[in-house]
Design a binder for this molecule. Sequence first.
Ligand SMILES: [Ca+2]
Ligand SMILES: [Ca+2]
Ligand SMILES: [Ca+2]
Length: 131
Amino acid sequence: MNGKYLSVGAGLLALGLGAASAQQAMQDYDTDADSMVSQEEFTAATATMASTSFSQLDQNGDGMVSQEEWIESPVSDMVSFEEYDFDQSGDVSAEEHAQGEFGRFDANEDQMWDEAEFGAYSDDMRARQAQ
Ligand SMILES: [Ca+2]
Ligand SMILES: [Ca+2]
Ligand SMILES: [Ca+2]
């Protein structure tokens, strides 16, 4: 029984810390400062970041992620290549990747990320970078 209370406490603590850092990180994406991140804002922000998951996936730096590159990455455990290859070209472009990432964390599918949805994304990014 103690274990249950302990894990609830740890969860709340993690939530509190996550909210503070997510809010800060969100300011880098939320260029019109309406406290929501649109897919356009997300795509624009990730395009200027050298350390986004897309550039990590694109190992030969040709601007596209091939199925081979995808399979070699830890992301392939979580999302299938086909799910992000929207035009079924056999490559995932930066735009398709942004679209896929955005949709994956847009839990209520309103085409906007609120702070909680952005927090889920930034937690996922941190977990990936820790790998
Ligand atoms: Ca915004
Ligand atoms: Ca590539
Ligand atoms: Ca949403």
